[in-house]
Design a protein around this ligand. Structure first.
Ligand code: HEC
Length: 147
């Protein structure tokens, strides 16, 4: 009976972690999704085994999901309290735009303001790691491989 509930808890943990990874959390970052009463089909044994070593009170991402660089850890811990890192990594923006986004996060979403040297370092990190992405112009008249 005890074993059974442990296995079920591990299964639930796996599902929650998977949901987080799939970005279900980042789509609706605030408020955090309430724990849903999930009726879990018997978890595949492999999943349970895989989850066993990572029993974490608060399963979450670690800073290395973000590209290395100065102020990466600070940025990670500051920015992933409300949403997953994917919200950040899928964004490409200029320093000015990142600056705007930080202000917006504070004004609209209640993020604690980042100021002074911290803001400067964070903006440098963000603008360097996630610069604007340019889409290569597609010229339908050019033959493939000619450019
Ligand atoms: C207080 C909570 C909170 C914190 C802390 C926070 N954010 Fe956000 N952020 C949000 C919410 C809520 C959204 C989703 C807005 C929406 O879905 O429209 C969001 C959305 C975003 C977006 C997507 C903007 C877009 O163009 O759609 C980016 C990029 C982002 N955050 C970056 C950051 C960075 C970088 C940090 C750290 C400096 C940070 N966030 C910290 C609440 C927060």
């Amino acid at each position: 009976m005890l074993t059974r509930s442990i296995v079920l808890s591990l299964g639930l943990l796996t599902v929650v972690m998977a949901a987080d990874r799939m970005g279900m959390v980042r789509e609706r970052p605030a408020p955090p999704p309430p724990p849903r009463p999930v009726a879990i089909a018997p978890a595949p044994a492999a999943l349970v085994v895989a989850a066993a070593p990572v029993v974490n009170a608060h399963p979450t991402e670690t800073p290395d999901v973000l590209p290395d660089g100065p102020f990466r850890d600070e940025t990670f811990y500051f920015c992933t309290t409300c949403h997953g890192s994917a919200v950040i990594t899928r964004t490409g923006a200029t320093r000015e735009r990142w600056d705007f986004l930080l202000t917006w996060m504070t004004d609209v979403h209640g993020m604690a303001p980042v100021e002074g040297a911290d803001r400067d370092s964070m903006l440098t990190y963000l603008a360097t790691s996630f610069p604007p992405r340019r889409r290569a112009p597609v010229n339908p008249f050019l033959q493939q491989g000619s450019n």
